[in-house]
Design a protein around this ligand. Sequence first.
Ligand SMILES: Nc1ncnc2c1ncn2[C@@H]1O[C@H](COP(=O)(O)OP(=O)(O)OP(=O)(O)O)[C@@H](O)[C@H]1O
Length: 264
Amino acid sequence: MKQYDFEDTHIIKLNRELAMETENLQVFYGKNHAMHDASLQFARHRITALIGASGSGKSTYLRCLNRMNDRVANVEGAIMYRDTDINNKGVNVYEVRKHISMVFQRPNPFAKSIRDNITFALKKNGIKDKQVLNQRVEESLRAAALWDEVKDDLDKSALALSGGQAQRLCIARCVAMKPDVLLLDEPASALDPISTAKIEETLQKLREDYSIIIVTHNMQQASRIADYTAFFHMGHVLEFDKTSTLFTTPQVKATEDYISGNFG
Ligand SMILES: Nc1ncnc2c1ncn2[C@@H]1O[C@H](COP(=O)(O)OP(=O)(O)OP(=O)(O)O)[C@@H](O)[C@H]1O
């Protein structure tokens, strides 16, 4: 693999309302220093894509943002959300995840009905009123662009859905809890192009109400949907800019090589 200067970086600061930001985030898996000094800002109600080669640390970074790495890694530095450093060990992780919610690469619906997939967490959080629950089911399925396809099958098993529908159900399940930030780890990589297009459309609509951070291997996807893009390389964030700028006039050699396919 080509060697790049990790000091050669271009990270813009955002002059707008932030959803969250990290300051000097470091991640260690035992002795493996997997993320170095990552300082990034995420704009509110915008989509930010995290791109980079396999093993560059995108998922490691994303998982820190709602404390999913707690049991597997040592995470240092600040993760600021609404004036609170949520990397502080005293912070209630379950509360954090109500605000900052994660959708995984493989759709993972519960072996329950479509309706129960959505209402499960709501009920656990004390919402019992049937009318409120029904309303939340419809709202979140609509937000995830799934309502029209499943409205007559709400009591059927979620396991009968196609991969693309199941992934949109997982998005609806997150949205039902009304989080602030949605983290998505390659949500379309296991899906066919039509389902991928639906997910992209869904994310673009969701941007009106949510701040979205998405890991993707697919540079076309990043350029289609993301307002901002961060380029990761070997555990370093080397470039962060508006997506259109990063893809047309990258400032860092490693980014330029990566997006032009001249990498590795
Ligand atoms: N749970 C873990 N335990 C130990 N090491 C890990 C763990 N998860 C990731 N790593 C290591 O951290 C580094 C970054 O991996 P990570 O999965 O974050 O990269 P990535 O850019 O998301 O890759 P991919 O695109 O293949 O998912 C790699 O060296 C990987 O081996």
